[in-house]
Design a protein. Structure first.
Ligand code: ATP
Ligand code: MG
Length: 577
């Protein structure tokens, strides 16, 4: 018999298939981590284009980071080939930029307006507000949407300089489309199909833009997990997710309950961890992977952050079969065959960027290659700013080459300042993947740098351990995850010396962050803490994170350096799969 015709929906389970095949109109896909939300969305778009004859140019797919946009484009390219080119895949900020590039005149800008970086913003705000301190206050206010006379003055100054800032990228399109129903209608016709991944983290401005771009009965697909809402601290509001079906009457809802990412131990433990704060109590989430007898979650208590970091480095070495010391220049390491792991299969997650210092030091000593990314803006790094300024003066040539020579030149100019040179070399590493993507278009690269977060520059092809803040880790997955600093005061986070949680969103958001971290792991998860930790120069004793209390003792197992040595990879028990 002839083989059945292949469909882009092959390889989806029945629930995922129902979501991918759902007819037009508002659609909410609400599901836990690792249930294939992103995968289902990809297939839905491919199905509509390849099998339902919907025009690719009518699709707008919005993602949270540029990295996620790239990945989505790549996967759609695999499924749709040439046709994928006509899709618009962008972050909210990139979408805003696209709208402003088309409507610059209405916004009082020239055709080649620029994007102000943090330093420029601060400078302008300080002048307008009278002092640096007041300037910073103005910028904070600007994000919280309580505009005053001065803030207007700030905007005028930006416009005089032919600049927009990061806030403007979404705020100006909202203003333009809000003031002109015909213009809004124009874009609604252009993109009759819109999807938003990670919808639990939209903020009010993004939400308003979305409403302007979609009719109440429009083809809007929102995907997300309220239990992974982790950006409340900067204005995101999970309430928009929770009221989706009220905002879009007649919306269909699809739930996915099978986790394909992680083994059963990790899924069960994560479900316990989130339970006290779950916004979807009683929701289904179970592992379906064929992992018989998955290893327990490793709990490690170290004396201090240095010992914790060395535990991570030694564990990685052990899991690679003790070969990492010798393998630095021999490409991918596959251990001794167990699980076939290499450096890029590992990830270290932490609550605050400062924690990465100890980890990097231990990795440097042990010869473990890494790439470090946070959710901070790329241009917030002085090194990146210097490279960007240098690039603006550079001669023609491939951008990647220009980045290389800009870094070399700056390092030469600042020879002797080791700290700055290290920062410049890191900057070179962060900028290069974006430069490769922007070909020869310098202004595109400069906008990408202005809009991008460090995590946008995470290179999944590099064979290095990923060092990520918990915020930067969303949507990603790794075979082995170390979540370090599981201490009260880091998880949940408090400023050293403060009794209360300082983040506006409070302890629940911190718990969700812990949940996001745990659910990045596919095969093996380690939770570690230091008994004594130095923060802001002061060492003090710590207590374990209260979030650990929710973990069933049957799912965890204490691990220490001794057992790390004793349990060689050949030990069957420690095998990963
Ligand atoms: P998150 O909430 O963390 O963003 P998600 O729900 O978007 O997670 P995906 O990243 O889409 O989940 O999928 C998680 C993993 O499970 C991926 O490796 C994906 O390829 C795999 N996966 C999803 N669905 C299936 C399936 N039906 N069969 C096999 N693998 C699947
Ligand atoms: Mg996802």
């Amino acid at each position: 018999a002839a083989p059945p015709a292949r469909s882009v929906l092959d390889g989806l389970d029945p629930q995922q298939r129902a979501a991918a095949e759902a007819p037009g109109g508002p659609l909410l896909i609400v599901a836990g981590p690792g249930t294939g939300k992103t995968r289902t969305l990809t297939r839905r778009i491919a199905h509509l284009v390849a099998e339902q004859d919907v025009a690719a140019a009518g699709f707008l797919a919005i993602t949270f980071t540029r990295r996620a946009a790239e990945e989505l484009s790549e996967r759609l390219g695999d499924l749709l080939g040439e046709r994928a080119r006509d899709l618009t895949v962008a972050t909210f900020h990139r979408l805003g930029l696209l709208l402003l590039r088309e409507q610059y005149e209405r916004a009082g800008l020239s055709a080649d307006f620029g994007i102000a970086d943090t330093a420029q913003q601060r400078e302008i705000a300080a002048v307008v507000a009278g002092s640096e301190k007041e300037g910073r206050r103005l910028l904070d206010r600007r994000d919280s949407d309580e505009a005053t006379e001065e803030d207007a003055a700030y905007e005028r100054r930006l416009r005089e300089l032919d600049l927009v800032d990061f806030t403007d990228l979404v705020a100006l399109p909202v203003r333009l489309l809000g003031a002109d129903p015909e213009l809004a209608e124009h874009y609604r016709r252009r993109w009759p199909w819109i999807s938003v991944d990670e919808y639990q983290d939209v903020d009010e401005r993004q939400y308003t833009l979305l409403r302007l771009l979609t009719a109440p009965d429009g083809n809007l697909t929102a995907i997300g997990d309220p239990d992974q809402a982790i950006y409340g601290f900067r204005g995101a509001d999970v309430g928009f997710f929770l009221r989706f079906t009220a905002d879009f009457p007649g919306a269909a809802t699809v739930r996915l309950g099978r986790n394909y990412r992680s083994n059963a131990t990790i899924v069960d433990a994560a479900v316990h961890a989130i339970a006290p704060a779950s916004l979807l109590p009683g929701r289904e989430l179970r592992a379906v992977g064929d992992f018989s007898d998955p290893p327990r979650i490793g709990l490690h208590t170290a004396a201090d952050e240095k010992a914790e970091a060395s535990f991570v480095a030694r564990s990685i070495d052990r899991l690679l079969g003790g070969t990492s010391w010798h393998s630095l220049d021999s490409g991918r390491v596959t251990g001794d065959g167990d699980g076939g792991l290499s450096f890029s299969d590992f990830c270290v997650l932490y609550r605050t960027d400062a924690q990465s210092e100890a980890i990097m030091r231990a990795f440097n000593t042990a010869g473990v290659p890494y790439q470090k990314r946070s959710h901070d803006r790329l241009l917030a790094r002085p090194g990146v700013r210097m490279v960007a300024d240098e690039l603006a003066h550079h001669a023609q040539g491939p951008l990647v080459e220009q980045v290389r020579s800009a870094v070399a030149l700056l390092c030469e100019r600042h020879a002797g300042d080791e700290e700055l040179c290290t920062d410049l070399r890191t900057a070179g590493e962060l900028v290069r993947p974006l430069a490769a993507e922007c070909g020869e278009d310098l202004s595109e690269l400069l906008s990408a740098l202005a809009m991008g977060a460090e995590v946008d520059a995470l290179d999944p092809r590099a064979d290095r351990v990923a060092l990520l803040t918990l915020h930067a880790a969303k949507g990603l997955e790794f075979p082995v995850v170390f979540l370090v600093g599981c201490e009260d005061g880091l998880l949940p986070f408090r400023l050293p010396g403060e009794g209360r949680i300082s983040s506006g969103a409070g302890e629940d958001e911190e718990r969700r962050l812990f949940f996001v971290g745990m659910t990045r792991a596919q095969q093996r998860l380690y939770l570690s803490r230091a008994r004594r930790r130095t923060r802001r120069g002061t060492a003090s004793d710590t207590a374990p994170s209260p979030f650990l209390d929710a973990l069933d003792a049957g799912l965890t197992m204490p691990v220490d350096e001794e057992s790390a040595v004793r349990k060689r990879p050949r030990d069957r028990q420690m095998r990963l799969l």
